[in-house]
Structure formats: structure tokens, C-alpha cells
Design a protein around this ligand. Sequence first.
Ligand code: NI
Length: 211
Amino acid sequence: MRKTLPTLLAAGLAAAAFTTSTQALAYGAGDFFTRLGVAKVAPKSDNGSLAQGAVAVDVQDDTRFAFTLGYRFHDKIGVELLAAEQFEHDIELSIGGDVVDVASTKHLPPTLTLQYYPLGGTEARVQPYVGVGVNYTRFSSESSELGDLNLSSSWGAAGQVGVDLLINDNWALNAAAWYIDIDTDASLDGAKIGTVEIDPLVVMGGISYRF
Ligand code: NI
């Protein structure tokens, strides 16, 4: 507890030197970047119903490795593409509260957003951003005990928020979330049985690296 004034001053100077030495951060125009992390795809809680409302649909969460690639063509404006391992979701189908089948599907959710960085080009170490864009989701490997389940591909809007906490010239800690509108037409043995609204929140935590 007995820190002397010189000790405190030295610590303060060291902190100032550290801050100064890393002040050429100014992330902005011309940066290519990638973000790597773990993403959880959490579909909204009520995913609609099939067969004229007889069957309730509940699509379960999945968590996978994910990454993004992006480019800042202006200090405050960039584009980013979200990619990931294939996500696999269990789909509970229930009638009157009783689960009658656990179907499943895999999907890839590439999502392209146009982004705004309000503090881009400044030396702020906390760099938030928002984005809007589009998602394309292609489903595969659907399985169900009820028959041959097929889910159509989906195009939908996407929104995004995120923040980078800059560590140095290249590395940052990152947290990001996307809301994605994914609606798919379900068919069983070739017959259309309704629409499944997945509309997930995708939450990702990891690191950012700029080139
Ligand atoms: Ni929707």
C-alpha cells in the first residue's frame, strides 16, 4: 500500500508511453480485416407451425467456429462477409405440446453487411459499428422420421452491431451480433406443409485482425 509518489509518477509515465506508442492505431480507410471466433445461432423462440397450425415448430440453437472477411473503403464505411462452419439445428415438431419428431437440418448462413464505424479514422480504442445487409441461407441434410423433409433456400435482410477493442496496430478483441431474417418453405414428401421462421440472433465473440 506504501507506493511513493515517484513510483506512481513512473507508473503514470510508463502508461503514457504505452498509450503514445500505440496511438498510430487509426483503423480506417484501406484496411482489410478478418474476425475469428465462436458464433451461436439462436433461432427465435417460436418458429411457426406446419400443417395448418397442427404442428408447432421449435428450431434449436447451435454454436460453431465462424469468421468474417471485410474491407474498409472509407474511414467510417466498410463491408463485411460472415462465414462459418455449417450450423446444424435440431427441429422439434410437436402436436398439442408433445414432441412427435426431432428433425434436423444443416445450413450455411453467409451474410454480407454494409457497415458504419462512427469513430473510424480516429484514435479511439473502442470502435463500435453497425451494419445492414443481406443473408442467403441454403439448407442441406434435412432429416425427419415423418418423411422426406425439404427446406427451401432463403434470402432475407440482416442487421448487425459490433465493437472492436483495439489492442495494437493489428489485433483487437471483438464482439458482434447479427439479426437475420430467415424464412423457409418446408415440404414433406414433396407436399408443401408451411413456412418455418428461423429469424436467428447470431452472437459471436473472438478477435479481429487487420492487414
Ligand atoms: Ni422472418
